[in-house]
Write a protein that binds this ligand. Structure first.
Ligand code: SF4
Ligand code: SF4
Length: 338
């Protein structure tokens, strides 16, 4: 068997719901614009679940709020990452780090794959996990995802993962598209599947709360989760001004407390919030040019932020956009990061 046979899925890449069908091994580019898997960085990380976190470069979304834009918008922002690494060597590094005194002190007990979006490098991650478990068969693994996986990819993830941290960004498709460039349908489908059939693997759903943009999404998302199972855990994260939303107001404590109240009122038993709240900012006027493209005010506002920074497909739809290989959003370098 060829050494790189584990990457054969990249020859006709349908790892995520964009289902581009491109041959990444021959340099063809889909929506994520990634060919070979690239490791951005890796570090011991104290946020629960405490871990040795491997950040993979690239993403299948183009989120306006991205806090990890340096990693996720690779390669278009031109910022250097670690690069492709032999999965055996990365596995050794992970095990070595998890055995260290610092890891024990922090109670780090698993490899945590994040990004960017881990899904776009799924075969590589499977190989790293396989190699890690050759060294220590009890190696735990967390998979951090935006949920835009095919059902086939989700089943592969469920096969090897110990825990899953799962981001939900909006319930309504229009708001999700305006914020990320992709549909919410597969994300909700997969969230429901995990909540119903693999509940034991779900660490928590995570919802980043962005004032005026997805505030109205909190209630339908909380009700959606409570309807699956009221005992599923939800963490609300306070938005901090970043990337395309570099000047937009951060979430304040009043709003974060309100999200927890909404979740509890919806029947959820385990809801809390985390992150840095109260970072000041402002908001733009929604673009009158986009009035006909969005029905919800929040989607109109998000779409406008993208529009002003060079996105001209509205409603946003990165898979169908003629500019998806030459996108101003992916190239954007913010002046402010929080
Ligand atoms: S966007 Fe998804 S389907 Fe398209 S090339 Fe990237 S991982 Fe594959
Ligand atoms: S220009 Fe196209 S690819 Fe870029 S963010 Fe807008 S819709 Fe997506």
């Amino acid at each position: 068997m060829d050494e790189s046979d584990f990457l054969k899925d990249l020859k006709n890449c349908e790892l995520c719901e964009h289902k581009c069908g491109v041959n990444r091994l021959e340099g063809e580019l889909g929506v994520c614009r990634m060919t070979m898997p690239v490791v951005a960085s890796a570090t011991l990380h104290p946020a629960p679940p405490e871990s040795y976190t491997v950040f993979m470069a690239g993403c299948n979304y183009r989120c306006l709020n991205c806090q990890n834009w340096i990693i996720s918008q690779y390669p278009d922002n031109g910022i250097r990452q670690r690069g492709y690494e032999d999965p055996k060597e990365l596995a050794k590094e992970c095990i070595y780090q998890l055995d260290s005194w610092s890891a024990k002190n922090m109670a780090a007990d698993r490899i945590f794959f994040s990004g960017g979006e881990a899904t776009i490098h799924l075969p590589y991650i499977e190989k790293v996990v396989e190699e890690a478990r050759k060294i220590n068969p009890d190696t735990k693994v967390n998979f951090d995802t935006n949920g835009y996986l095919t059902e086939k990819s989700l089943n592969r993830v469920l096969d090897f993962t110990t825990s899953i941290t799962y981001d939900l960004k909006a319930y309504h498709d229009e708001v999700h598209r305006a914020l990320t460039g992709a549909s919410s349908d597969p994300v909700l489908r997969n969230a429901e599947y995990i909540g119903r059939y693999a509940k034991e693997k779900l660490w928590e759903y995570r919802i980043l709360v962005i004032p005026r943009i997805n505030e109205d999404e909190i209630k339908p998302l909380a009700e959606f989760i409570a309807d699956i199972d009221p005992s599923l855990s939800v963490c609300f994260l306070a938005f901090r001004p970043n990337f395309i939303l570099e000047n937009h107001s951060g979430a304040d404590r009043v709003l974060m407390d309100k999200c927890v109240t909404i979740a509890k009122d919806s029947g959820l038993e385990s809801a809390y919030w985390s992150g840095y709240a109260d970072i000041p900012g402002c908001s733009i006027d929604a673009a009158s040019e986009l009035k006909e493209n969005y029905t919800k005010e929040s989607a109109h506002l998000a779409g406008s932020y993208a529009f002003y920074k060079g996105c001209h497909t509205h409603p946003r739809n990165c898979a169908q956009c003629n500019s998806n290989q030459d996108c101003g959003i992916k190239r954007y370098i913010p002046r402010i990061s929080t």
